[in-house]
Design a protein around this ligand. Structure first.
Ligand code: SF4
Length: 225
């Protein structure tokens, strides 16, 4: 099955516990004011990919001992069929690797999905697409409600564990700050600098000022219209 992606990154260390494969879906019509990922809004932008190609990255990440998969965007549920297929395939590969390794292997990798939809907007079709996830982080980004809570951009957003593994991995962080840094700088591709994570209020402006003092300026920023 085909999907449109904004990108992928491994190892991702700022959106969920441990070392993860990050997958960003392209396209989001929710248009939260202050969204730092405006480049993911246009459903026709990004790059085409297949679920099989993403699963090949996941297989490599698992072989490297990844702690989990984080699917974000964009809005993953606006490509619901591809999301469902990706989660089902990721769970199958994770469970297969676990069976081969037995209890001597690393702890099982979890599957986390970010959605801007509120819990009350999760229709049966959307819930079905999330069926393979261990946990979901729900809710629009609200710029007026900053929060230090782990892996969330605003205080209204909720971590919802969906499986025993999701509960074990995420319940300790429901009301706690993230254990590590909130922002990660990825490799620059074609002159584009990628930042991964959920910054605290003012953190992006501070980063811009710091870089400017070193003679580095941005021509465009995905967090500004
Ligand atoms: S914060 Fe998330 S849900 Fe909101 S507009 Fe940005 S990508 Fe969409």
């Amino acid at each position: 099955m085909e999907l449109r992606l904004d990108g992928t990154h491994y190892p991702l260390e700022t959106l969920g516990p441990g070392k993860r494969l990050g997958v960003w879906f392209q396209g989001c019509s929710l248009a939260c004011p202050g969204c730092m990922s405006r480049h993911t809004w246009d459903p026709a932008a990004g790059t085409p990919a297949t679920v099989a190609e993403v699963l090949a990255l996941w297989r490599r990440a698992l072989a490297d001992g990844a702690d989990g998969l984080t699917v974000s965007g964009g809005e993953p549920l606006q490509q619901a069929a591809a999301l469902a297929e990706l989660l089902a395939g990721a769970a199958r590969l994770r469970d297969g690797a676990r069976r081969r390794e037995g209890s001597a292997g690393p702890h099982p990798a979890d599957l986390l999905v970010y959605t801007g939809y509120e819990p009350g907007e999760l229709t049966p079709e959307r819930r079905a697409a999330l069926g393979g996830a261990d946990a979901v982080i729900t809710g629009r980004y609200r710029a007026a409600e900053p929060t230090p809570l782990a892996w969330r951009g605003s205080a209204n957003q909720r971590i919802v564990p969906l499986t025993p593994l999701g509960t074990a991995r995420y319940a300790p962080y429901l009301t706690r700050p993230a254990p590590g840094p909130r922002l990660q700088v990825g490799p620059a591709v074609d002159g584009e600098l990628r930042l991964y994570g959920v910054p605290l209020r003012g953190e992006l402006a501070e980063l811009e000022r710091t870089l400017k003092r070193s003679g580095v300026g941005f021509t465009e920023r995905s967090w500004r219209p």
